[in-house]
Design a protein. Sequence first.
Lengths: 224, 244, 70
Amino acid sequence: MRRAVEAVVRKDLRVELRTGEAVPAMLLFSVSTFVLFHFALDRRSVEGDLAAGVLWVTLLFAAVLGITRLFVAEREQGGFDGFLLAPVDRTSLFVAKAAVLFCFLVAVELAAVPAFAILLLEPSPWGAVPELVAVLLLADLGVAVVGTLIGALGIQTRARELIVPILALPLMLPLAIAAARATSPLLLEAGAQALPGRWLVVLGLYDLVFGLLAFAVFDFLLEE
Amino acid sequence: MFARGLKPLSIASVVLVVGAFALVFFYAPNDADQGFIQKIFYLHVPLAIVALFGFVAGGVFGIRYLRDGDRAHDLRSYVAIHLSLIFGVATLITGSIWAKASWGHWWLWDEPTLVSFLIVFLLYACYTPLRFSIEDPERQARTAAVFAITAGAFVPLNFLAVRMAESLAHPRVLSETGGSMPGDMYLTFLVSLAAMAVLFVTLCKYELTSKEASMRLRALKRRLAAADDDAWTPTARSAAPQQL
Amino acid sequence: MPALPLDDAGPYVAAAYLVFLALILIYVAIMAGKLVRIARELGELSELVERRERSSGDELSTPAGEAVPR
């Protein structure tokens, strides 16, 4: 199974590097949203709760963009059929796609979070970078798992671009809550405070529950 | 197939619901803090509990459908979620009325149960559009089952997260009565809960029977019309399962 | 929070219970609509069967008509 996963991941990453469909769009969307927030909130800078909220809302919406694109190539170019014919465990497609989405999210955040810090953040987040990275990684894992599941659900329908956002937002709400609450003490003007560990536990729990669930249930989405 | 037990269940519903309301207005004492307003509690909370169990039941039927492919389970899943959505609307409206009456606002962000419920409701509201957007009935059933299972697992997680988020900053407002209820209030609550639960099951059976009858009729029509070609009408796209 | 006196509280409680009643009755109305449709389709089906029996009845008047079961 690992070889199948590696093959699909390598294929998708190579396609993305060559054509650059998802990541640049997600990044551009994020930066535009930051600018939008500046005008909508009528503030030069944000900190604490507000900063965490702006950051996570933007990242989640950008993630939704990526989710919508995740299975499109498989659907349009017969990748699903090819995968079903191959003698591999079907769940490896799930693992591969989730890994790809995770990579996309990390790539986007590598640029978007500094952009956020420059454009909108009042305090410098340097002091809290390790904690911030921990929250981002855990949250990205959750988004990747749930997003892949939603992408696979959405690809079955005719109204993919509509179904994916309305499914994704409620499902990712606990993740958004935990991520925002965990991040907000890190972005305070007076200096970053300690990370509330309980929210990391919630994130971890979310990742675990949905990871196991998606693992168990993904097979059924691929049958023809 | 589904109609067995519908009649006794519906009689039980009448008895329990009327009995529960009678207890609410003639037996249960007025609450010390909230006064007469608290009577909404006997309506709102059982509706919420039954709706949540209905959603989870939809997920359980989804698992059973995926496991053995029997379309009857898919139909049960659909009906359970459908009715839970209706009970959910009732929950949200009665909760809002309760909030307005006791706190002056039509919505309370401070009440984690209400907020969690709204999120769950928003999620399940996607169930019917999702089903409707998939034409192939087999794939529709399978996708819907996967969604029902995912959403069912989401319900407890969501309540945990929202409770953690809200309760730390704000005290719980509406659910203070839930903690320690005197005996007669507790009895009234239990009867109301039983009434809503039995009502839910009755309505489920009602809808299942009706759907089964329509399906059988359609199948019969197709068989008879196969000889007379002019009588055949094609089935339109639908979110509900069309065939057993 | 202070408890509302009965005059003020009454309408809210009544509204809540009325919402419940309204939803149930709306459900009854929708199911009634479905029942009407089922009755109509049953009528169409009976008509189809009658038409079939009439045309097969015509065939029965010929000597070879015993193939159609009653």
